[in-house]
Design a protein around this ligand. Structure first.
Ligand code: TRP
Length: 339
């Protein structure tokens, strides 16, 4: 069969698990916003069904889903340009996931390192949903025939599995139906690390609140956390290679570069030779300038959850309009009567 060329379409998912940090903002939300309006269709999904693979308090889940939606909009996502919705409103995701459960092999799933990490020593007690998580993720992507998926490095293996599922489905049924998706992996240069330990990722679950900037922090808190961030005693180098072996310095420079939309090289040229005593106030001003309006806007949006729910319902109906015919065609290929 002739090779089918798929129109480029961006899809990504993010878990509404509560507690958004600067890491989520720079690694996902800002990146997603930057991709919108480039002429390529962009679809962003809050994966509430993935969240419940480990137990979630229902009220907290509802709050986290709405807060994530508010965070996206406050970060500049335009719901008329991108499709923004929560996964559970579009049943086609789980319907395709079932088909993929029957395509993916036990051996493939058992090799998933995220399952091994999350299930820990007590894998017998993990939910079946946690084991099947990557097949639902493949369905999230392929139900839109998405071609490009921006994610963090930790999702690389899941995207390889998505490609394997698409290829096996196409082979098993002798079709060229699902695209073989391209991962768009976030570079190490944009990964945001802990403010207390430059070798650890910034995380909402770190016991120290000083290790992270939350998107709900006010201006004073943001400035204080940057002032107290761990550094080393040397002045900043004027070239990137001078940051080698200085993870904390590298992290603060990366954050500066990402927030000011500059390359790390350009930042080094400007700040090379400065002591942290001079650089930290610059970074604090920049961070407050960029982040305080976002937290303010999130708080404002959260006062009217009706508006958020309308945006999500509208996104879901636009998502469904793309997903339904693709599910229909999948059912036909598989041999379901009535499809
Ligand atoms: N597993 C992803 C994460 O934890 C979230 C996710 C679910 C996702 N479905 C997706 C990401 C589809 C990209 C595409 O980060």
């Amino acid at each position: 069969m002739a090779e089918v060329v798929h129109t480029p379409r961006v899809f990504s998912g993010i878990q509404p698990s509560g507690g958004l940090t600067l890491g989520n903002y720079l690694g996902a939300m800002k990146r997603f916003v930057d991709m919108q309006g480039s002429g390529i269709e962009t679809i962003y999904c809050m994966v509430d069904l993935h969240a419940i693979t480990v137990w979630q308090d229902p009220d907290k889940l509802r709050h986290a889903t709405r807060e994530l939606c508010a965070g996206f909009i406050a970060s500049g996502l335009d719901p008329s340009k991108s499709i923004l919705f929560n996964q559970s409103q579009v049943a086609e995701h789980t319907q395709l996931a079932w088909i993929f459960n029957c395509v993916a092999r036990m051996g493939w799933m058992k090799r998933m390192t995220q399952f091994k990490d999350k299930a820990g020593k007590n894998a017998e007690n993990a939910s079946l949903g946690l084991f099947g998580y990557p097949a639902l993720m493949a369905a999230d992507i392929l139900i839109y025939h998405a071609t490009h998926v921006p994610v963090g490095e930790d999702q690389k293996q899941h995207l390889e599995l998505t490609r394997d599922i698409a290829i096996k489905f196409n082979n098993d049924f002798g079709v060229e139906f699902f695209p073989v998706t391209e991962p768009v992996i976030e570079g190490a240069a944009t990964r945001v690390m802990s403010l207390r330990d430059g070798s650890k990722k910034m995380s909402k679950s770190d016991p120290s609140d000083m290790s992270r900037i939350n998107l709900t922090d006010d201006a004073d808190t943001i400035a204080k956390k940057i002032r107290k961030a761990k550094t080393d005693p040397e002045p900043l180098p004027s070239e990137v290679k001078g940051l080698e072996g200085r993870p904390e310095a590298r992290n603060l420079v990366n954050i500066y570069a990402a927030l000011s939309d500059q390359g790390v090289d350009d930042v080094m040229r400007d700040v090379g030779g400065k002591q942290f005593g001079a650089f930290k106030p610059m970074l604090a001003d920049l961070a407050v300038d960029k982040l305080a309006p976002i937290s303010g806007e999130m708080a404002r949006l959260m006062q009217d959850t009706g508006e958020i729910d309308r945006i999500l319902a509208d996104g879901a109906s636009r998502a469904r309009a793309i997903a339904a015919p693709i599910l229909q065609k999948t059912y036909e290929i598989v041999g379901m009567v009535g499809a």
